[in-house]
Ligand binder design. Sequence first.
Ligand SMILES: *Cc1c(COP(=O)(O)O)cnc(C)c1O
Length: 475
Amino acid sequence: MDIEKFRQNAHELVDWMADYLRDLEEYPVRAQVSPGEILKQLPSNPPSRSDSFEEIFDDFQKIVLPGMTHWQHPSFFAYFPANSSPPSVLAEMVTATIGAQCMSWETSPAAAELEQRMMEWLREIIGLPSEFQGVIQDSASSATLCAILSAREVATDWRVNRAGLSGEPDMVVYGSTECHSSVEKNVKIAGLGKKNFRKIQVTDTFAIDTRALVDAIERDKAEGRLPICMVAALGSTSSSAIDPLLDIADICKRYRLWLHVDAAWAGSALVDPELRWMIDGIEGVDSFVFNPHKWLFTNFDCSAYFVRSPDALLKTLSILPEYLKSEGGEAVRNYRDWGVPLGRRFRALKLWFVLRSYGIEQLRKMIRTHIDYAQELALEIGAERDFELLAPTPLALVCFRYRPTKVASPVELDSVNERIVKEINDSGAAYLTHTRLNGAYAIRISIGQAGTKQHHVKNLWSRVKQTARGIRLVV
Ligand SMILES: *Cc1c(COP(=O)(O)O)cnc(C)c1O
């Protein structure tokens, strides 16, 4: 593809992109295909001769697009959002065009310095104290791994980095039963062993029971284990529960645990100063992660990891082989030392485009709107006699179920609610997912797409009621 052909294709593609974003609502939200349906349309072998861009793009529309779930659809209410915005997409086009690999300052000084500044902007936007220093990671999972590795090294004075785990006491990591699955995965990756991960019980709001946390730490200490890290959930994935940070920080200080905050989704809501009660206790936090790629209109991937002291992180992860020695010395940041991968995409550019395009005011308004829609929806659900809320709605996630008086058995209730979710998702009109709360099947409605308006939420709620009440119950 020569440059003039590239120019022509790119212009056409941009037109397609704008049409796609304009016409998103015409697509079914969740892909309506069965397993293997796409695979069987793809030739088993790579082409030996070149295909034209027209042919490739034609196949993209015919084969690939029907197998895509449209995450930017305004009726996407599943999981948590991975939202985006036009300025973010434009920045990604530039990033891909320049194609820089931003592992160190020297490999693109502007990328390193823009990243530093964007992390300072984000820190201010969400109200973190000024000592925190940030780095962009690919995911919250990776950031939490860095936190656990740092905790392990601080607790052993970097002995594990030097000599491995043998001879060390069992090191214990704590989180609630509702904390994200990445915590357990990272405990395993860090070599600490799943048996040394404590899932602490929660209270009726699904936030961690801090008395049970203290008991577990005491028990571990009494039995010769070394408690090293607590991962607090600020907005748990299942039900958006918010762990009480102030109490947890106190406990971590008392027992000298590294305190990591996983605010992957909810962190973006801190753009609203009225929600900063969630980070009461931040003074006692060692590290904090949130994903602008979830709820801050910056397309995947972009996860912001903040640490109180970069020293511990750098001492844990930095290495300097001869072939990576570069210009700049102490005066520059080499972000390769701030995370696991060496190679790094230029992710700061899209944040810069997004933060400047909207400004704090507009970002706050957009997120506040999502929260307002969710609060209203929760009120409406709570007011219906045959529906019940199954968790509090502090932010923009509503967990509930249909509970007709005729159905008494828990198994029946689960299956009726499962059918509601399946019917709506199969219709393509909206997409929602579920969780389990206290053992019960709960429908989750998570509101956070850039294009979601009040009527999308209202339509969904009508559809849920209609679908639920239309199910013929066999009693
Ligand atoms: C989504 C989520 C994660 C995982 O985020 P990734 O960036 O995909 O690794 C972790 N914790 C919480 C609370 C989440 O909601």
